[in-house]
Design a protein around this ligand. Structure first.
Ligand SMILES: [Ca+2]
Ligand SMILES: [Ca+2]
Ligand SMILES: [Ca+2]
Ligand SMILES: [Ca+2]
Length: 279
C-alpha cells in the first residue's frame, strides 16, 4: 500500500474555467506490493558473478569499470505503482546514499536512468534469481549499456562524491520519467541505473534490505480523484458524459485512465467503480 503524505488544494485554470482540484501525495518504495531492488554484476575472470544473484544485499552497487570489464554493476529497481495510477502528475525517484568503496573518486559521477519498456516480458523479474546474464533489457556485452529497443532513456543524475554523506538523499526527476510512469499499463515499472564514468570505485544506495537506511522510493503527486473529469468533487453523470464523448480516441491522458491508448470499456468500468463523492 502507498503511504499518503500530504493533501493540498490546487487551482486548475483551463478554457477560462477555474476549477478547484484536490491533489494528493504518495511515497511508493520497493517494499510496497511487487517492488524489488538489486544489482547485477558482470563476471571478473572466473568468479561467475554474471550468474550470481545479489537480490538480498543491503545495498545496490553501481559501477562502470572499463579497465576491469568483468567487474561492472547495474542497478535494477522495480516499483509497484498500481495503487497510484492513473492520477500521476509529478514524480521523483529517490535513493539514499549508502557509501562508496574502496576509494571515493575525486569528481562527481553521472548516472544514466532507464525504464524497462512497459509490457516487456521481463517486467516481473524475480529479485532472488535475476543476474547479469538474465536481467531484462541488459546489454551483457556493455559495461554500462542497456538494450535500446527494450528500454527508454529517462535522464541522468550526479552523485557528488566525495562530498556526499551516507544517509543523504539523491533525487532525480524528468519529464521522461513522469511520462514513463503515466504511460504504464500494468502497475509495474522497472528502473535501471548505470554509471557513465569509468573508475575503480562502487557507489552504493540503500536497498530495502538495509537495516538503517530507507529503500529506493518514488515520490508521487497527482490528482486525488482523477475520475472526476470536471473537477466538481464528485464522479458522476457529467464525467460519464465526458468519457463517452472521448470514446475510442487517444487523448494522451484522462479519460484513458489505464493509458492503453484508447478510451474504452476498461476506463468506463474504472470510472463506474469510483462513482460518487471524491471525499
Ligand atoms: Ca533487494
Ligand atoms: Ca509496466
Ligand atoms: Ca465530476
Ligand atoms: Ca483505456
Amino acid at each position: 500500500m502507498c503511504r499518503i503524505v500530504n493533501c493540498a488544494l490546487v487551482i486548475v485554470i483551463s478554457a477560462g474555467i477555474v476549477e478547484a482540484r484536490e491533489t494528493s501525495g504518495a511515497v511508493i518504495t520497493t517494499i510496497d506490493g511487487n517492488g524489488a531492488d538489486t544489482f547485477v554484476r558482470s563476471s571478473l575472470g572466473g568468479n561467475n558473478a554474471a550468474n550470481t544473484n545479489y537480490g538480498s544485499w543491503a545495498r545496490v552497487g553501481i559501477k562502470r569499470d572499463t579497465a576491469l570489464p568483468g567487474n561492472n554493476r547495474k542497478g535494477y529497481i522495480r516499483f509497484d505503482i498500481s495503487s497510484v495510477r492513473p492520477g500521476i502528475e509529478y514524480a521523483s525517484l529517490e535513493f539514499v546514499y549508502a557509501g562508496t568503496s574502496p576509494d571515493p573518486p575525486a569528481n562527481p559521477s553521472t548516472y544514466s536512468v532507464y525504464g524497462l519498456n512497459d509490457g516487456h516480458l521481463g517486467e516481473s523479474w524475480n529479485e532472488l534469481t535475476i543476474t547479469w546474464n538474465n536481467a531484462p533489457g541488459n546489454n551483457v556485452s556493455s559495461t554500462n549499456g542497456v538494450l535500446s529497443k527494450e528500454t527508454t532513456f529517462l535522464g541522468t543524475f550526479d552523485i557528488a562524491v566525495p562530498e556526499i554523506n551516507v544517509g543523504d538523499v539523491i533525487s532525480f526527476s524528468s519529464i521522461d520519467l513522469i511520462e514513463f510512469l503515466q504511460s504504464d499499463t500494468n502497475g509495474l515499472v522497472t528502473i535501471i541505473v548505470t554509471r557513465q564514468q569509468q573508475n575503480f570505485s562502487v557507489e552504493y544506495v540503500a536497498s530495502k534490505e538495509h537495516a538503517m537506511l530507507p529503500p529506493p522510493a518514488l515520490v508521487i503527486t497527482g490528482l486525488a480523484c482523477p475520475w472526476d473529469l470536471d473537477g466538481n468533487g464528485t464522479v458522476g453523470i457529467f464525467d460519464l458524459h465526458a468519457l463517452l464523448a472521448a470514446w475510442g480516441t487517444d487523448p494522451g491522458g484522462s479519460p484513458d485512465f489505464d493509458g492503453n491508448g484508447t478510451v474504452d470499456i476498461l476506463d468506463l468500468l474504472t470510472l463506474l467503480a469510483n462513482w460518487g463523492s471524491c471525499a
